[in-house]
Design a protein around this ligand. Structure first.
Ligand code: WT7
Length: 661
């Protein structure tokens, strides 16, 4: 496990290779600097030109940025366009029309390909089917689909008719589905009978049924079901219809509905430090512009590239870099239904060879687990496959440790491919801090520099910029086109969460800690500074997991959740629990811990299962009754306690809470 656990940080610099610079969109640091200067000199002009060059507008915008109601910024507001037209129709009559848009590899290895023309036809027919269900511009549609082309088509079809999609990751629970339907006021749900992952058939429709049955979902008029497998599922008469049923007789053409640039393209729920997940609302113009631009800038996508982003469409990465970005860029992309370890941990490498992937984008967690697999089984080491098609590697979702970076660079990229460590968030809509493959000298573990036009900085609590070398809060000081517009239905929470008064109310606070290095001003993101967890690149709130635990009212009196570092998943969830019965030990403790894990999986989803559950007679609190989270974090890590514990009523609980189950 040396590659993962070694604490040695190689502070090496990798300048862009000649081959990466040749023909790159942004070639060399001078070109990058010039773009940054242009953005600083004429901010609006910079963005206006990009928006005109990269998007097809049915009605041109006349005003680029409206800051009058900051932080509710508006971009290209009087312009009109359609997101789906910018991904599909715009290629009609060009050589891209007959190019492969998607190479879909199913869980069992079956491959299906779709040209741009094929996709346009399928999206149009499905869009017509949505209209026939009475779904209209402005309606919200919840999508709970497997990682399949049909999921992509469903999203594109919504965009085509101006409906706002809200995708819920297929690993989330019935309760999560219920809460999101209610919050978004969804009029329809698009789902599948089952999903296939790792050779297993897992229900989706049954979870939708359960979610709707929890109540409050009267807004849902129809449930459309893609029959992914031959297995029947429950169908509610009048409400539920299969794709086959609704597609029957639908015309092949569906004119894209022009919408205003600020029209909500989608709402995607993500966790915050308090309360329920928030619906991050994105605007059509800015989002699609950014998806397209970052495909060009960060992936330097070229006509014969084969792009593969391994993210699920249920996360923002799947929105930006599966459903919109690659299509807007006219690229060929691989879409994969399954998991990296089935039938074995060589699946990714095998697929890169099979489809001649040239730009590969995945998460550090996946890399770390594949390192581990390769170290214990030679047969799944990437060296067994021909990966010479690769040109650029990308990383996303969490900080990548320099050791994993080096392994990825050497063993996957053959020391030939730049690794773009892209820092961004659901809220930013796309990459905001990232190396450019043909320009930026790379430093393992650093996401390097902001993209042109992104005014990122590291500041103190008052918003004052800190000198390089000092750790602080990561902020973005000026708006950018793909930024979150609001939290669906809760503008006040939006303002409070992201634009704190203490910083002047106009600076975007990311919620991450960061430091810029002294040599280059490169950013190194150190992780969340709020109560948000990042487990395998999946974002969860500590409060969410705590609420789920205390919802087990017959058993749990109190719970506190913290993160501890984990060499595979980045962070792991550690829950400290006080039961409504005497503190269990031994076998009983193990059994209750498992019961609670399964309970949390049911409440939120399996990704939220605490790895570690510990029981105490009570929790460590300050005199004023606040849970001492810093102390709990130390206990979770197994560190020596340096905090002052003299105020603890019952110091014996520290030993109790150190015991793992
Ligand atoms: C949080 C956002 C980015 C899309 C997928 C996750 C962490 C993300 C990096 C990176 C260090 C990263 C941050 C961020 N994060 N990428 N390259 N280096 N940290 O989106 O679920 O909204 O999570 O993921 O902590 O705030 P998300």
């Amino acid at each position: 496990m040396s590659a993962i656990t070694s604490v040695l940080v190689e502070n090496r610099v990798f300048p862009p290779a000649e081959a990466s610079m040749r023909g790159a969109r942004i070639a060399g640091m001078a070109a990058y600097d010039a773009m940054c200067q242009e953005a600083a000199r004429d901010f609006e002009g910079f963005w206006a030109k990009l928006a005109r060059d990269h998007l097809v507008w049915t009605r041109p915008f006349t005003k680029t940025l409206d800051e009058s109601q900051a932080p509710f910024y508006k971009w290209f507001e009087d312009g009109e366009l359609n997101a789906s037209a910018n991904c599909l129709d715009k290629h009609v009559g060009t050589p891209v029309e007959n190019k492969t848009a998607v190479i879909f590899e199913a869980d069992d290895g079956t491959v299906t390909t779709y040209t741009y023309k094929d996709l346009l036809l399928r999206v149009s027919r499905f869009a017509n089917a949505l209209k026939a269900q009475g779904i209209q511009k402005g309606d919200r549609v919840l999508i709970y689909m497997p990682m399949t082309v049909e999921g992509l088509i469903a999203m594109q079809a919504c965009a085509r008719i101006g409906a706002t999609h809200s995708v819920v990751f297929g690993g989330f629970s019935a309760k999560a589905v219920n809460e999101r339907i209610i919050d978004a006021g969804a009029v329809a749900v698009i789902t599948a009978n089952y999903q296939m992952r790792g050779g297993k058939e897992m229900p989706l429709k049954a979870i939708v049924d359960e979610g709707i049955a929890m109540g409050g979902c009267e807004s849902v008029r129809s449930v459309l079901v893609y029959m992914r497998t031959p297995t029947a599922c429950n169908m509610v008469a009048g409400r539920d219809k299969t794709f086959e049923d609704v597609l029957k007789g639908q015309p092949d053409e569906c004119p894209p509905v022009p919408v205003g640039a600020e029209h909500p393209l989608f709402v995607l729920y993500t966790s915050g430090s308090t309360g329920k997940p928030k619906g991050v609302q994105h605007a059509t113009g800015g989002f699609v512009l950014w998806a397209k631009l970052t495909m060009d800038w960060v992936f330097d996508i070229r006509p014969d590239d084969v792009f593969w982003c391994t993210a699920d469409i249920g996360w923002v990465t799947g929105h930006s870099y599966v459903v919109y970005g690659p299509l807007a860029a006219g690229a060929t992309q691989v879409m994969f239904e399954g998991i990296p370890t089935y039938p074995n941990a060589g699946r990714f490498w095998q697929m890169i060879e099979r489809h001649r992937v040239s730009v590969f984008y995945t998460a550090p967690t996946a890399i770390r687990s594949l390192i581990k697999a390769a170290e214990s089984d030679e047969k799944v080491h990437p060296k067994n496959w021909d990966l010479s098609s690769l040109r650029i590697l990308g990383s996303v979702g969490e900080p990548i440790n320099p050791e994993a970076w080096m392994w990825y660079y050497r063993n996957v990229g053959g020391e030939r491919c730049p690794v773009v460590d892209t820092w961004w968030q659901t809220e930013t809509g796309g990459h905001v801090i990232s190396p450019l493959p043909g320009a930026t000298p790379l430093v393992p573990g650093s996401c390097t520099l902001p993209l042109p036009g992104i005014m990122a900085a590291v500041v103190d609590e008052t918003g004052k910029e800190l000198p390089n070398g000092s750790g602080g809060m990561l902020v973005i000081q000026r708006p950018w086109p793909a930024m979150i517009r609001t939290i669906w239905g809760d503008p006040e929470r939006f303002r409070k969460t992201y634009f704190p008064e203490e910083m002047g109310g106009r600076t975007y606070l990311a919620g991450d800690g960061a430091v810029r290095d002294k040599e280059r001003g490169y950013f190194r993101v150190t992780g969340r500074i709020d109560d948000v967890l990042n487990v395998s690149g999946h974002r969860l709130g500590t409060m969410e997991v705590e609420s789920a635990l205390v919802a087990k009212t017959d058993l749990v009196a109190e719970a506190a959740v913290v993160a501890r570092p984990d060499e595979l998943t980045g962070e792991a969830i550690c829950a400290f629990v006080v039961l409504k019965r005497p503190r269990p030990t031994g076998e009983e403790a193990k059994q209750i811990a498992n019961e609670l894990r399964n309970w949390v999986a049911k409440e939120i989803g399996p990704i939220a299962k605490p790895k570690d559950i510990r029981f105490g007679e009570n929790l460590p609190k300050t005199r004023s009754g606040k849970i001492m989270r810093r102390l709990l974090r130390s206990i979770a890590k197994g560190e020596a306690i340096t905090q002052d514990t003299t105020t603890l009523e019952n110091p014996a609980i520290l030993d109790q809470l150190a015991e793992r189950n």
